[in-house]
Design a protein around this ligand. Structure first.
Ligand code: UDP
Length: 314
């Protein structure tokens, strides 16, 4: 049976990925230091004979490298919401830099395939729209988001070095905004904030004038994309955008959440955080061609599922 290590497996996307891998017959070793991950996300998997959880920090090589004999390594271990990574800037910077290096060493030793979860943030506040993988981005190297953006860019670079120099079979996913059940209520991201506020009939906090855009991918679509990218035989050394190109203005997201919830919340406006990207939308033609992948869950359906999750876990 093939063994898959999922670093960050107790997080939002990671836990869904672990569950899907188990259901497809893989043995899963979930590694997480629980800085932003949560054991509740994997409580349903803990009794499964093919699931193992190790509380470890990937920035400590001794804790990671002892776990040899794996066939695949997914690296999703990093705080990922702007509020989280600005609260843990050093942990974020190090998990994507030295953590990536340690996991690449593990992949090299184990002759395992390696997938690095990068981000649309490598495009920064993009001057090209929609974003294609060839675009190099517009990133502030010293701004409040740089602990994330620049460490993800470093992670991409070091992954490609291991691919070119040592022949490690590396794949890089640039993950665009993803949402769904198991997002943390207080992670500060737009979807959990708006849902929590709407359910409580509290004001919905739009930052800026709300005309900035994001494109939201439901978590099951994201997990399918990650799995296809890892297991495709034609994707070694490839960098692929994964996301849903259905672009929305933030203020329209606020109105839609309010409507689906049936909430009486008013919409209130706060200043836009520094370096907040004005637009974001993936060009996913590469994922379509290479992986025959595209999102299936529409925003209204995904939002309804997510709202139900938040209602059930109040
Ligand atoms: N945002 C907002 N209200 C909130 C939280 C976020 O208007 O309560 C905006 C934020 O300024 C950004 C967008 O929603 O323009 C998405 O923010 P998020 O933190 O979810 O992730 P990002 O895409 O910026 O990494």
């Amino acid at each position: 049976m093939e063994r898959v290590l999922v670093a960050g497996g107790a997080g939002f996307i990671g836990s869904h990925l672990c569950g899907e891998l188990i259901s497809r017959g893989y043995k899963v070793v979930c590694v997480d230091n629980l800085i932003t991950g949560d054991l509740r996300n994997i409580s349903h998997l803990k009794k499964h004979e093919n699931f193992e959880f190790i509380k470890a920090d990937i920035t400590h090589p001794s804790e990671v490298l002892s776990e040899s004999n794996v066939d695949y390594v997914f690296h999703l271990a990093s705080p990922a919401s702007p509020v989280d990574y600005q609260e843990h800037p050093f942990e974020t910077a190090m998990s994507n830099s030295s953590g990536t290096l340690n996991l690449l060493e593990l992949a090299l030793e184990s002759e395992a395939r390696f997938l690095f979860a990068s981000t649309s943030e490598v495009y920064g506040d993009p001057l090209v729209h929609p974003q294609k993988e060839e675009y190099w981005g517009n990133v502030n190297p010293v701004g409040p988001r740089s602990c994330y953006d620049e460490s993800k860019r470093f992670g991409e670079m070091i992954s490609m070095l291991y691919h070119r120099k040592y022949g490690v079979d590396v794949r890089i996913a640039r993950i665009f905004n993803t949402y769904g059940p198991r997002m943390r209520r207080n992670d500060g991201r737009v979807i959990p904030n708006f849902i929590t506020q709407a359910l409580a009939n509290q004001p919905i906090t739009v930052y800026g004038d709300g005309t900035q855009t994001r494109s939201f991918c439901y978590v099951s679509d994201m997990v399918e994309g990650l799995i296809r990218l890892m297991f495709a035989d034609n994707a070694a050394g490839k960098i692929v955008n994964l996301g849903n190109p259905d672009e929305r203005r933030v203020v329209d997201v606020a109105r839609l959440v309010r409507e689906i919830v049936g909430s009486r919340s008013e919409i209130v406006y706060f200043p836009l955080p520094k370096d907040d990207p004005k637009v974001r939308k993936p060009d996913i033609s590469k994922a379509k061609t290479l992986l025959s992948w595209g999102p299936k869950v529409c925003f209204e359906e995904g939002l309804t599922n997510t709202i139900n999750f938040f209602k059930q876990n109040e």
